[in-house]
Design a protein around this ligand. Structure first.
Ligand SMILES: Nc1ncnc2c1ncn2[C@@H]1O[C@H](COP(=O)(O)OP(=O)(O)O)[C@@H](O)[C@H]1O
Ligand SMILES: CSC[C@H]1O[C@H](OP(=O)(O)O)[C@H](O)[C@@H]1O
Length: 396
């Protein structure tokens, strides 16, 4: 690959992204290239550059110095691009099959050049279309188990872990989650966004002291527990999938946090999809929740038993305690994600895309009841079958 001088930051255009791809030597000389900006996320630019003859492509993702969804009034660190490329590389060292290859990154331009995954589909889109992705939960359960174990004090040298954690200190992106997931939706805050018809339901949440206490405990965990390297925003819009393959993208929120967080986020987004479906079509989502947890626990337990670097790993009862606490936390984090995707700043197409207003409002009220119970009753759930029970009990 060609070595290029790193340049001062400027937002790329389609033309400049093409020129960069050529300078990087990622395409044959003189080949006709087509570039389109395809970013549909909340934060960044994403350029798809394709060789018109071979149809081979690459992706150039660039951070903007602000949050795209809001505009320049919300400045945001460009460092998130470095976090993202480093997280993809770190994950690739444990689970290369589940992340795009990173070809190049440049801190000053805030870019990550990576494998083009457009032969797959964003899982959220596919799930909304009714696809089931039979291997999705097996793959994500393994992705979370391996990345969590190998970046923890049980899976790597404990001094190296502290250095790795330092390199993933990500205060600005964590603050977004602290505000948008754990705080604003539970108070009357300007960033919230919901239909007028939901006002009474939302006010009930804002006045719920028990819910506030439990959400506060979960936020405290997120703020204080530097347990494992997390993706930090593992929703179904950050996953490309097909029937055989799964790839996780967009880890710009990566940081060292509580082990149950990615699990909770993923489970929440399966629940959000289930909330948008008629009863007869929900089963694949609950099966995915069961399998995510089963695969996570079996892979994580096997690694703990066979590869742990910590003397206490063999202490009877410790692994069970870690798994139980992880389960409880994941349920609580899932509840926060379900609530914030319903009434907070950043919504999901699963719920917002329900065309009939009455059905959409009913699904959102259901989401609020379900999210609340996941948070306040999380320690009482015995296993993943309880997700089904709570889902049914909160339907009306
Ligand atoms: N490696 C990739 N291959 C193909 N398309 C991609 C790739 N990465 C991102 N995209 C496209 O760009 C969109 C936004 O990417 P994402 O990383 O989620 O951005 P943001 O950080 O702004 O949320 C994705 O939904 C997908 O359509
Ligand atoms: C202003 S950021 C809102 C929201 O967007 C992020 O998601 P994504 O980058 O996948 O679009 C993240 O979930 C933030 O909470």
């Amino acid at each position: 690959m060609a070595i290029i001088q790193s340049s001062a930051y400027e937002p790329l255009t389609e033309q400049k992204a093409t020129a960069l791809a050529v300078r990087l030597g990622l395409f044959r000389d003189g080949t006709p290239l087509l570039c389109r900006e395809i970013g549909d996320g909340n934060l960044n630019l994403v350029f798809h550059v394709v060789d018109q003859e071979t149809k081979q492509g690459i992706i150039i993702k660039q951070a903007l110095p602000y949050a795209k969804v809001v505009g320049e009034s919300w400045p945001l660190t460009l460092k998130r691009a470095v976090i993202e490329s480093n997280a993809l590389r770190t994950f690739a060292s444990y689970v290369p099959q589940y992340v795009p290859k990173v070809y190049y990154s440049d801190e000053s331009l805030a870019i990550t050049v990576m494998e083009d995954l457009s032969y797959l589909q964003i899982a959220r889109k596919g799930l909304i279309e009714g696809k089931t992705y039979p291997l999705l939960s097996r793959h994500i359960g393994e992705f979370i188990a391996k990345t969590a174990f190998y970046t923890s004090d049980f899976g790597m040298n404990q001094q190296e872990k502290k250095k790795l954690a330092q390199s993933f200190v990500n205060p600005e992106l964590c603050k977004i989650t602290e505000d948008l997931v754990f705080t604003d939706p539970f108070f009357d805050h300007d960033s919230n966004n919901f239909e007028d018809e939901l006002h009474l339901d939302v006010e009930t949440l804002w006045n719920d002291d028990r819910l506030h206490l439990e959400a506060a405990k979960l936020k405290r965990k997120f703020l204080t527990e530097a347990d494992v390297l997390l993706h930090g925003d593992l929703h179904t819009g950050s996953i490309f999938a097909s029937d055989d393959e799964t790839k996780v993208i967009d880890p710009e929120f990566a940081f060292y946090g509580p082990i149950g967080f990615d699990l909770g986020h993923f489970i929440a987004n399966l629940l959000l999809n289930a909330l948008s479906r008629p009863e007869s079509e929900r089963r694949p989502l609950f099966d995915h929740i069961d399998r995510t947890w089963d695969v996570f626990t079996s892979v994580f337990s096997e690694l703990w038993r066979t590869e742990s670097v910590e003397t206490y790993a063999a202490t009877p009862g410790l692994l069970d305690d870690v798994l139980r606490q992880t389960f409880i936390d994941a349920i609580g984090f899932a509840g926060c994600e379900v609530i914030r995707r319903t009434i907070g700043l950043a919504h999901v197409a699963d719920l917002d895309g329900i065309e009939q207003k009455d059905e959409r409002l009913a699904a959102k009220r259901h989401a609020l009841r379900l999210g609340r119970r996941l948070i306040v009753e999380r320690a009482e759930l015995d296993g993943t079958e309880d997700f089904r029970r709570l889902f049914v009990e909160t339907e009306r």
